[in-house]
Structure formats: C-alpha cells, structure tokens
Design a binder for this molecule. Structure first.
Ligand code: ZN
Ligand code: ZN
Length: 142
C-alpha cells in the first residue's frame, strides 16, 4: 500500500510534459542557482517555454513581481485559442494573461498549478524590469 503510493508519487514526478501547441514532449532543462536547482521545460518545435510555480516563486523572492493580469479574451484570433496545461492535463484549460506593459504579449497561465506558458519570443518582447526580465535572464534569453 505504502510502496504503491510511493511508486505512484515518483511516477507523477517524472511524468513527461507535452507542448500544449505541438503535443510533442517538452525538453526538461535544469538551471542550478545558489540555493536550489530550477527546472523549466521547452519545446524544440515551437520554442515555447513552460515555467513551473517553483521557478516563479523563486523569482518573486529576488525580484519585484510584475502583476499578471488575467483576462477573458474572445477567441477572435487563432493565436488566442485555449491551451491545456502541460502539467495538469487535458481538462485544465489555461487562462490568458496579458502583460500589463505590452498587450502583444499574451501568456497562458494555469490557475491550478500556477505554471506559465510563454510562446517563442514572448520573454524577449517584454524586456522591462520585473519578474519576466529575471526569468529571461535566468533562462539565458537575451
Ligand atoms: Zn511546441
Ligand atoms: Zn496546471
């Protein structure tokens, strides 16, 4: 019983994540910081990035967080189609979050696990001070 639940737990931890757009497996990369190692996941096809709550929490501790505005956006553009959360699965449609200083940047945000999906170039498009700049630096995106 205990062993079964332990195995289940470790299986869940190494669960593969799929790109919400391309449905191929995301590549997991680890960034080692002084006090912890941070994991993020990227798609080799569309170059989107999935960032977990742990990474965002870490950045919030070292940076002034930028408020992420959650919007209910009409599906008027193809790029605004809803994406399912890579971590939570098919029944978890992510919310759209517009960056307060750049309305071209629409991020996908999961209310359940609090991860954030960034499409290619979204981090680059928002090079202002704040948590997303720190994230871009952390991931080595210039
Ligand atoms: Zn992709
Ligand atoms: Zn989620």
């Amino acid at each position: 019983m205990l062993l079964a639940s332990l195995i289940k737990k470790s299986l869940k931890r190494i669960k593969m994540l799929d790109c919400p757009r391309c449905e191929i497996e995301l590549v997991t990369e680890t960034k080692v910081e002084p006090n912890q190692s941070l994991e993020y996941h990227s798609c080799s096809l569309c170059e989107g990035i999935w960032v977990s709550k742990e990474v965002l929490n870490y950045l919030e501790r070292i940076q002034e967080p930028v408020a992420i505005e959650i919007l209910d956006i009409d599906k008027k553009l193809d790029q605004l189609i809803g994406l399912n959360c890579p971590s939570c699965g098919e029944d978890h449609l992510m919310k759209k979050a517009e960056h307060p200083r750049d309305e071209r940047v629409i991020m996908d945000y999961c209310e359940t696990c609090e991860g954030v999906w960034l499409d290619k170039g979204e981090l680059r498009a928002i090079q202002q001070e704040g948590i997303l700049t720190a994230l871009a630096k952390l991931l080595g995106i210039k």
